[in-house]
Design a protein around this ligand. Sequence first.
Ligand SMILES: NC(=O)c1ccc[n+]([C@@H]2O[C@H](COP(=O)([O-])OP(=O)(O)OC[C@H]3O[C@@H](n4cnc5c(N)ncnc54)[C@H](O)[C@@H]3O)[C@@H](O)[C@H]2O)c1
Ligand SMILES: [Fe+2]
Length: 404
Amino acid sequence: MTSASLLVEDSRDYLSPRQVLVGDGSAARLGDALRTWGVADGAVAVIADRAVVNFGVADPVLNSVAAAGLVAHVFADIEGEPTVDTAERATEFARGLGAAAIVGVGGGSAMDVAKIVAMALGSGTEVRECLGIDMPGRTVLPLALVPTTTGTGAEVTRVAMLSEDGRKVISSHRALVPTLAVLDAELVRGLPAGVTASTGMDALAHAVEAFLSTNRSALSVEASLRAVALLRDALPRAVADGSDVPARRATLYGAHLAGLALNAGVVLGHSLAYTIANRAPLPHGVTCGLALPYCLAYNAVADIDGVEDLALALTGGRSARLLDAADWVAELAAQVGLPTSLGAVGIQATQLTDMATECIERYPRANNPVPFHHAPLTRLLQALHTGDLAAADPKHLYLEESNA
Ligand SMILES: NC(=O)c1ccc[n+]([C@@H]2O[C@H](COP(=O)([O-])OP(=O)(O)OC[C@H]3O[C@@H](n4cnc5c(N)ncnc54)[C@H](O)[C@@H]3O)[C@@H](O)[C@H]2O)c1
Ligand SMILES: [Fe+2]
């Protein structure tokens, strides 16, 4: 059994929110829950996605805060891939209110800004002092996160991503795991098919890559496998018919579990995804979907305990081979309308060598089961360029190694 053997692996951390409100309509309980966590009175800064506010999706959250006798003030001036500048403006807004708590409502973009605001106010610092990894002395205001996309898992992770000068900058700190997360499928019902597809592939990538990570634990593996099972079944249905409520619930819970699996971190797939995003302006989940089958192929030579369970979960019990699972992921991406080759998103063959270099130098992953080497990574990217997954078979990737 996978998890039984993993229970005796190295000591690991596993972080999760202090309380999760789960189920249709659960956003209505957010205000009272904030009170039970000590937010007695005063202003609550609601950092929300603009479209989510305009479509009325944030209303249950706002009504719930008001019903609990707290005063909600909305900041909705947030772009996709939010910048440091946006987080600074949101922080100024919340500080001006003397906010007692922060609520983030939206996809990863709004939730990440909310996380940074909660840390800047909680620590009495500027936004820039909240960037980095495990910064000493940082704490947060009471923080509630309400996802309205089904992908990032930002409502459970220790990470917030901002961008500056076209580059991603990270804040990673255990204090960013919120007090409260709300999983209310009624808030994701109106998510457009394209966003459902791309954010769903991001979630699937989190679950799969976390399983492959050498930092995994018994708990993260369980979260990975359950997330894969939910997303495998529900993602195509939620994309085909947004009013399929059970499918919406399953993608929301699958993305949440995949966020918990991220306690183990992501691996090569996200490194490849960032090198793609640096050359083609695509949503994060689209780049993750392009990379994921090739991440599986690259790592198919590794000796990963219980990896058959992952392949079986991905293929719906049809195959225990990771390469078959890679095929299935590529088919899923095509089925939900996402590109499956670098050529299709305008990347030129002449860019591939630089991408392999960037992967190694800018996005290294000590937790990837197979070390990053330039030659096999270049061949992997060549296969991805034409969308020829058969060319990413390890027998084609690791030529020098097998000849040596
Ligand atoms: N913190 C983390 O752990 C983590 C993990 C992965 C990614 N991220 C970051 O998250 C960001 C991406 O987040 P995302 O993929 O959720 O996208 P997003 O937050 O940018 O939202 C995508 C689009 O969906 C719209 N939208 C959101 N909810 C909707 C709803 N219910 N109905 C209709 N439209 C809706 C938004 O207006 C936007 O146009 C990136 O900046 C990425 O780096 C963070
Ligand atoms: Fe991601």
